[in-house]
Design a protein around this ligand. Structure first.
Ligand SMILES: [Zn+2]
Length: 219
């Protein structure tokens, strides 16, 4: 591989992008014989949460510029991403949740100048997402994910609560419709290396067909 391969993963919040990412990692390791440190999964959402939690200068800038569950400003996300791309030594980078606004699509080309890249878009209907998330909880005490059950963590007895970003999911979905859908259309229209998958498609199947179609970037 002469260039690093960047895979952008976009789709509605809670549409199972993490599941696709882990399927990609799995497929890259088993079928393409990559080592774990050849692959780096970068979740933009997690990166933002981490910066905010660590209260870095970037984190403070983020906290000051976004509301709970809202999107971070393009300028800061781009800055953060450039830094991450520079620091990472892996051959394949999975960018979970980028680009997700028209503004980010516009800088995407520039960011990708020295990389091979492709976009995976998972098109999941809103109803399916709301249904999936309805019973999803995390433990207040140990942080593990569980189904709501009787509201008590089966591992530690802690109380199960909704994830903060799940409780604002309707707002996030509305924001997705308004901000990200146009970005998806833009990506598609620009003739990017763009792959569309249905929301019901299995992560494993997506990973398999996507990587097969992009084999030339992995050789
Ligand atoms: Zn627990």
């Amino acid at each position: 591989m002469d260039k690093k391969f960047v895979i952008s993963l976009i789709g509605a919040p809670a549409s199972g992008k993490g599941y696709i990412a882990s399927s990609l990692v799995n497929e890259l390791q088993t079928k393409y014989h990559m080592a774990a440190n050849d692959i780096k999964d970068i979740s933009v959402g997690e990166m933002i949460r981490r910066e905010k939690k660590a209260n870095t200068p970037l984190g403070q800038e983020l906290a000051a510029n976004m509301k709970e569950g809202g999107l971070a400003p393009d300028r800061i996300v781009n800055k953060m991403l450039l830094k991450a791309l520079d620091e990472v030594n892996a051959k394949v980078l999975i960018l979970d949740g980028y680009p997700r606004t028209v503004g980010q699509v516009k800088t995407f080309d520039k960011l990708m100048e020295n990389y091979s890249s492709a976009v995976i878009f998972r098109d999941t209907p809103k109803e399916l997402i709301l249904e999936r998330v309805k019973n999803r909880r995390i433990c207040e005490k140990c942080g593990k994910a569980h189904d709501v059950g009787d509201g008590i963590c089966t591992d530690c007895g802690g109380k199960l609560v909704m994830r903060k970003d799940d409780s604002v999911l309707p707002e996030r979905l509305a924001e997705y419709e308004e901000m990200t859908k146009p970005a998806v259309i833009e990506l598609k229209n620009e003739g990017k290396n763009f792959f569309w998958y249905e929301g019901t498609a299995e992560g494993e199947d997506i990973a398999e067909s996507f990587l097969k179609a992009n084999e030339k970037y992995l050789a």
